[in-house]
Design a protein around this ligand. Sequence first.
Ligand code: NAP
Length: 247
Amino acid sequence: MNNKSVVITGGSQGIGFAAGVALGELGYAVVLLGHTKESGIAAAEQLQEMNIDAVGDGANVGDAQEMNELASRLGPLAEPDVLVISAGVMSAHMSKTLRTTSEEWSRVMSTNLDGAFNAIRLFTPGMVSRRDGRVVSVSACLGRFSGPGTSGGLAPYRVSKAGLNALTRNFAAETNWGARGVLVDAMCPNHCRTNMGGPHAARSAREGAETIVWLATSDLAQRQSQVNSSEAALTGLLWEDRAIVPW
Ligand SMILES: NC(=O)c1ccc[n+]([C@@H]2O[C@H](COP(=O)([O-])OP(=O)(O)OC[C@H]3O[C@@H](n4cnc5c(N)ncnc54)[C@H](OP(=O)(O)O)[C@@H]3O)[C@@H](O)[C@H]2O)c1
């Protein structure tokens, strides 16, 4: 045990679950959150079988009331050292802007963007007051305003991830770019073999989670020594494979 803890939304499977295994192996106590309490508990049982200190629970991340109740149930576990925001859904196939229904727009925004806000609102005040913490949002390069982010289609998904990137940047500024001990970053895991990514993606979920673990465990000095960059502070950024990606 390293006496640190992590809360992971979308921790019941895929990239969030893989991040939980990796951080658990480093000695973190792990809280895995699924869409339902049952999926979170089932995932936590898998970590417990690996001798990792794990708890599972769940709620709809986009539902503010359900999330408030979840945080109350978790008690002190709702004040982790690290928050990983991995809960996410993909847009329906063919969801160009003019082919997207308002229901589909709301479904994706609710999980990918409202859910991230609810997680930050509930699970980061402790780290802000302790002046020590890490927030890692699992975003996507499809949410960029440059490169592959600008080719259209999948409108709800792309815009939700662009919003998540903006939320990351804004919260990083509000926590003074790491000067108050809390580092806030977004990352792209690349295409991974998960329920969302499908069976033919190039990467395993564990490979996709590697940069999450690095962001969760590194401080500004370590990042400075490992990353070739002229950025004043190496936080409040979008990362892929431990490298900064333009927004
Ligand atoms: N896989 C890729 O290739 C890829 C690429 C780029 C970015 N990403 C991003 O990586 C993140 C994780 O993706 P993944 O591939 O690991 O997906 P996944 O295997 O489909 O897992 C999605 C996770 O989100 C949870 N979830 C979904 N809707 C939720 C809701 N409304 N409330 C609470 N939890 C909810 C699921 O819970 P249940 O298990 O209970 O359903 C599950 O734990 C996502 O944000 C995704 O956009 C993935």
